[in-house]
Design a protein around this ligand. Structure first.
Ligand code: URA
Length: 429
């Protein structure tokens, strides 16, 4: 059967700064998924999008075509509202762990399909797999039952959601085209819309540990994704949040679970609590529960009960000891003064080199590995006081991790530049 369009025409239109008509764009994505359009042609198209952008309408069509390439989940039979959160990823970002059970404790369903980490940003599934027995793979029926009984599910996204994105993302990764905002927005939102959530809150990060380091670019990405969600009938809002310093004190996997449990017990680092509460408020407002006492649920054990039920439902033991590291190396302050800066990206890279992350998709992670910070920017220290501890299963990993954090923090007589607020802005349609 002959094809109705020609990939070269589509590429030329975008190369010359035009808008690709809807039927041609839908065909391009479908034909790429069918492997009729070649990788070289799609790579060329992706580069033209990176250089020339896309209209709001083109981004909507692109997203829709990627959704249509696979299955669409449907939670309308649950009898309760569904709301999800997506973070563009950062260092020490464990917020999903306390957030999903916290929101679910108010009778709202949270279907959180997550991924594994690649590079310096950790993956939620890797963190939860530190818990003995916990399993990430659930069938659609198991997921539905857990949403009904417990309310919160964090599990692996099946390969049936937006398969066109899977191919395109792998291609972008090796052709220098990851950074195109229309492509990032359609990639993230196609998966979230296909997941079938009623509402979505986006945590779009900026700063050295973020995917979009520049605040203007992060804002543009957030606006694009909020518009896409809204146009597709998913109530969507975004928070623009600072990722120039690691979130909380734990960077890794098992240690991030420990810190999340502290938050669920009513304690934990102030920044992790602040962001968890801010995102929970957004999610509950979209789910029709703006009056929910989010902080109260962290204090009175209600969120902790939901966490324990969520872990048990996926065969995890919430009371089992978490893996502990074999080797530790503590770095102390050389001078007395105020911690002025701790850059997220180098600390993320160091944790990755210690074994907390993976360089290739098929590599295992070392669950006990990572970094425990003892201080945060703004705190005063005296010479000899511990600043952070590297943890690993093998001390041969320490020198390269120490190389990564050299120059990434400093201690001085004053506070340095005033730090930005953690939640900079709220973006709505
Ligand atoms: N995450 C995604 O899922 N897609 C992108 O393009 C970037 C980040």
């Amino acid at each position: 059967m002959s094809e109705p369009f020609d990939a070269v025409d589509v590429i030329r239109t975008k190369r010359d700064g035009g808008a690709v008509p809807e039927p041609a764009l839908r065909w391009m994505i479908d034909a790429y998924t069918r492997e009729y359009v070649a990788d070289a042609q799609m790579a060329s198209f992706a580069m033209a999008v990176l250089l020339n952008g896309m209209t709001r309408d083109e981004i909507r069509v692109m997203t829709d075509a990627m959704i249509a390439s696979g299955e669409r989940m449907d939670f309308s039979g649950l009898g309760k509202p569904t709301v999800d959160k997506h973070s563009t990823g950062g260092v020490g970002d464990k917020i999903t762990l306390p957030l999903a059970p916290l929101v679910a404790s108010f009778g709202v369903a949270v279907p959180q399909l997550s991924g594994r980490g690649l590079g310096h940003t950790g993956g939620t599934l890797d963190k939860l797999e530190s818990i003995p027995g916990w399993r990430a793979a659930l069938s659609n029926d198991e997921m539905f039952a857990q949403l009904q009984d417990v309310g919160a599910v964090v599990c692996a996204a099946g390969s049936g959601l937006a398969p066109a994105d899977k191919r395109l993302y792998a291609l972008r990764d090796v052709t220098g085209t990851v950074e195109a905002i229309p492509l990032i927005a359609s990639s993230i939102m196609s998966k979230k819309i296909a997941e079938g959530t009623d509402a979505l809150v986006l945590d779009v990060k900026f700063g050295s540990g973020a995917f979009m380091q520049d605040v203007e670019k992060a804002r543009e990405l957030a606006r694009t994704m909020v518009a896409l969600g809204t146009d597709s009938g998913v109530a969507t809002t975004a928070l623009l949040t600072d990722m120039s310093t690691p979130l909380g004190l734990a960077i890794g996997n098992a240690n991030e679970v420990r810190e999340s449990v502290e938050v669920l017990a009513g304690g934990g680092p102030a920044d992790v609590v602040e962001l968890t509460v801010a995102l929970a408020r957004e999610m509950l407002a979209l789910a029709g529960r703006p009056e929910a006492d989010v902080e109260g649920a962290l204090r009175n054990g209600r969120a902790m009960d939901a966490w324990r039920a969520m872990i048990r439902a996926q065969d995890g033991d919430p009371d089992a000891p978490l893996p502990t590291p074999r080797e530790t190396h503590t770095v102390v302050a050389e001078d007395s003064g105020t911690v002025r800066r701790m850059e997220a990206l180098p600390f993320g890279i160091a944790a990755w080199r210690l074994g907390a992350g993976r360089a290739r998709a098929q590599d295992p992670v070392v669950h006990a590995a990572g970094i425990d910070l003892h201080v945060k920017p703004g705190q005063t220290v005296t010479a000899g006081q511990p600043l952070f501890t590297l943890v690993a299963d093998d001390e041969s990993r320490f020198p390269r991790a120490l190389d990564a954090v050299r120059g990434a923090y400093d201690i001085g007589a004053d506070l340095g530049a005033a730090s930005a607020p953690l939640v900079l802005e709220r973006i709505t349609a």
